[in-house]
Design a protein around this ligand. Structure first.
Ligand code: FAD
Length: 313
């Protein structure tokens, strides 16, 4: 059967992406090895469940957006992506927690460990966050950063020398590697269906994820998923990545704020003090409350609460 123009265009797109190394961090990359399916595969699978008549009432984009909004997830499992990735081992340790992928990793029992460790530029040493025990905020002064980067280089060099010395003396590769730093790069093939990939991206592109894995997830999302699955990517951004989850408690805070505003003839935005007056009763006695902080941030993002001044001025 002759290829249609769109088939050829698709093949050209895939070929232009395949084996292209998108750089991440100082020496890492992600690269597309293979892809099965496209936006149409999701639509095709969904139409099996909804019947032949569906096409008349809903075009591909509308259907994909409906599936994404309503978490009708299995049609997204009909497409798959296989990547080759090069990642520092500490980032890989977070990555590999995603159990729904198929993985084959470079073996440092079989081969000599990759001679590259992720280095941190002097201006990229992050400070411990005061509000989030798992997070970071801001950077150390570059003078301190220079010192840390020098120490890092010495440590990497020393660890590598010790490793290679053990190999020279005949120590087995599986044992010689045990003191290599977690910054050592590893490589792996990683195959995952589109549904589970979007789950990975929603967790790992998020601001709560560590900076390093966010860089990988963002590269995969923007450089690979976006061009290969443009309609799915658009729906993912609209209904997941850039969407907001409001809990029952959040909704009730908004309702109380709006009710009080109506009674007082006031229009949003509200002040933080007004937000605190309308907060959930179970938060009120707590000095620190992460759920309250998160609710405040959501309302600020919506423009309902501002930092200092009220709409009354
Ligand atoms: C910001 C952040 C902080 C984290 N902090 C920590 C931490 O401090 N300590 C820590 O140990 N981990 C931590 N994690 C890892 C986290 O708990 C998950 O293990 C990881 O994100 C994988 O998520 P997942 O299980 O949803 O994904 P996947 O393994 O890809 O699974 C996808 C989905 O499949 C289903 N699924 C898969 N396997 C099973 C199963 N065996 N049983 C039931 N359902 C299954 C679930 O619905 C799951 O959501 C953190 C993750 C993030 C994003």
């Amino acid at each position: 059967m002759a290829e249609s123009g769109s088939d050829t265009g698709r093949q050209q797109l895939v070929e232009s992406l395949r084996w292209k190394k998108f750089p991440v961090l100082d020496d890492g990359f992600v690269c597309l090895v293979d892809v099965m399916g496209d936006d149409g595969s999701v639509v095709q699978a969904a139409r099996v469940s909804y019947g032949a008549g569906t096409k008349k009432v809903s075009d591909d984009r509308t259907l994909i957006r409906y599936l994404m909004r309503h978490r009708h997830t299995t049609p997204f499992e009909m497409a798959e992506i296989k990547l080759l990735v090069r990642v520092p081992m500490d980032t890989w340790r977070q990555w590999i927690r995603h159990r729904t992928a198929n993985v084959n990793e470079y073996s440092t029992r079989y081969s000599i460990a990759i001679d590259a460790a992720q280095r941190t530029p002097p201006d990229r040493w992050r400070k411990q966050s005061r509000s989030n025990r798992q997070g970071s905020e801001g950077f150390l002064p570059s003078e301190l950063g220079r010192q840390l980067s020098e120490e890092e280089a010495e440590l990497h060099e020393h660890a590598r020398r010790v490793y290679e010395h053990r190999l020279e003396l005949g120590v087995a590769r599986e044992q010689a590697r045990k003191d290599l730093p977690l910054s050592t790069y590893t490589e792996a093939y990683w195959k995952i269906d589109l549904h589970n990939l979007l789950h990975f991206l929603s967790l790992r592109m998020d601001e709560h994820a560590q900076q390093e894995i966010r860089e990988y997830a963002t590269t995969i999302g923007e450089q690979i998923v976006r061009p290969l699955f443009p309609l799915v990517w658009e729906a993912f951004l609209d209904y997941r990545r850039n969407a907001m989850f409001l809990s029952r408690l959040d909704c009730e805070v908004i309702r109380r704020l709006m009710d009080r505003a109506a009674v007082q003839g006031q229009a949003p935005p509200f002040t933080v003090e007004q937000f605190l007056a309308a907060q959930d009763p179970s938060w009120a006695s707590l000095e620190r409350c992460r759920e309250r902080d998160e609710c405040l941030r959501k309302l600020q993002r919506l423009g309902l609460v501002v930092e200092t001044s009220s709409s009354e001025g």
